[in-house]
Design a protein around this ligand. Structure first.
Ligand code: S3P
Length: 170
């Protein structure tokens, strides 16, 4: 069974949709941020604060290599996975990569009270707009994209991905 890999900006619904996909397919959900936190024994916030973003990207890259060598998983990536094109190339080889697109307004609404994303510390609205803009081309270059803006439920998104997965697997 090929992997299903969810990519997209913070707050795009990767983990929520990933849980549904895992239930529907019976494949285990691997949340990359959670694995990194577990192995490091500290939160993403603490990794960024103590070791810096570059170190986090290294851990993320190593885990992407490890996971793309395995099969039969639903993988929820961190929003910055697209910053290294090798990550996407590796995941494309072992599974279906789907990007969940979302607009800045929806992200702000969803993450208004969130304190777990170090990159959004400070002026959250400005940070979201700036990072989203700087990554627009990267998310846009993923072959399979689903715009989830204005979708109150993750169910149709999960169903769409299952269809895509089945048609790509046959
Ligand atoms: C990041 C997104 C986060 C997490 C880290 C960096 C990013 O994951 O990996 O805070 O660079 O977009 P989520 O997309 O799950 O929030």
């Amino acid at each position: 069974m090929r992997n299903i890999v969810l990519v997209g900006f913070m707050g795009s619904g990767k983990t929520t949709v990933g849980k549904l996909l895992s239930e529907k397919t019976g494949m285990p959900l691997v949340d990359m941020d959670s694995v990194i936190e577990e192995r490091a024994g500290k939160s993403i916030n603490d990794i960024f604060a103590h070791e810096g973003e570059a170190h986090f990207r290294k851990l993320e890259r190593e885990l992407a290599m490890e996971l793309s060598a395995r099969q039969g998983q639903v993988i929820s990536t961190g929003g910055g996975i697209v910053l290294n094109s090798d990550n996407i190339a590796d995941f494309e080889k072992s599974g279906l990569v789907v990007c969940l697109l979302v607009d800045a307004e929806t992200v702000l609404e969803r993450l208004l009270h969130d304190t777990t994303r170090p990159l959004l510390a400070g002026d959250k609205a400005a940070r979201i707009l700036g990072i989203l803009e700087s990554r627009k081309a990267l998310y846009g270059s993923i072959r399979h994209r689903i715009d989830t803006s204005g979708r109150p439920s993750p169910v149709p998104t999960a169903e769409e991905i299952i269809e895509l997965y089945r048609s790509n697997n046959s």
